[in-house]
Design a protein around this ligand. Sequence first.
Ligand code: NAP
Length: 259
Amino acid sequence: MTPDAPFAGRGVLVTGGSRGIGRAVVLAFARAGADVAFSFRQDRRSADAVARAVEELGRRAVVRQSDSADLEAAAGWVDEAARELGRLDCVVTSAGGTGSIGWEVPRAEEWTGLFRTHVVGPYATVRAAAPHLRRTKGSAVLVASIAGLLAYPEEIAYATVKAGTISLARSLAFALAPEVRVNAIAPGWVRTDLTRALYDDPRARGAIERAIPRGRWGEPEDIASGVLFLASDGARFITGETVAVDGGELLAWRIGLER
Ligand SMILES: NC(=O)c1ccc[n+]([C@@H]2O[C@H](COP(=O)([O-])OP(=O)(O)OC[C@H]3O[C@@H](n4cnc5c(N)ncnc54)[C@H](OP(=O)(O)O)[C@@H]3O)[C@@H](O)[C@H]2O)c1
């Protein structure tokens, strides 16, 4: 292990690693010396571009199309990735997106779809990775959201389910202790495809910026930086914790309070 490559010789698995926050996490680990396996759901072109970028950094990339909402599929590819990488030191679950806007969500399928993506998928992934992580005394980081820490009626199903992601990290931290640490990271507003419509709307973009004490939107690399910290030896006594990476927005929550 060198200061420039603290994850050299390590194997990392990321769900939803082809775009946005997951992509930044994949590239940050590769820059830090790790070989990386990652999944995507449908956009193979983006996945291939990320794999090429990892290989240009001199690291191995293992890519797999796998719907993280599918429990059996999620479990299956973890073993395969661990075999191909030779070891697994960290698992990051980032796959997923949001639901409809507003507090009324009449379709049960939307609730169950979000629950499968943000709770069942991460659970299945960490469960399958547990024997590998126990061997390496590794860790898992679940990407949640500050929406799961707040009252957020604007996306009620998403917020409720992300609270489930946070709860899952706490329970898994107990279940897999003492060998494996499990934490959640809770991003605030991050500039990705998921939030592009709001970012492209000058009024919405400005309102959000004003709600963030650091005065800007998050970049995917801001979240990746937090993930790498939680996966690092520097976080060796941190488990079951949720770390907000939101530019201070939780301190000054006011978006959506106007009626
Ligand atoms: N952006 C934000 O402001 C923000 C804030 C808080 C939390 N988050 C959370 O951060 C995570 C990543 O969001 P993002 O902004 O990076 O989104 P994004 O830019 O839309 O990227 C989503 C990634 O997840 C993959 N994915 C989506 N559903 C999947 C599934 N069912 N199975 C496997 N892969 C799937 C996508 O693959 P394909 O392209 O192949 O579909 C893509 O690689 C999500 O959990 C989101 O809830 C985001």
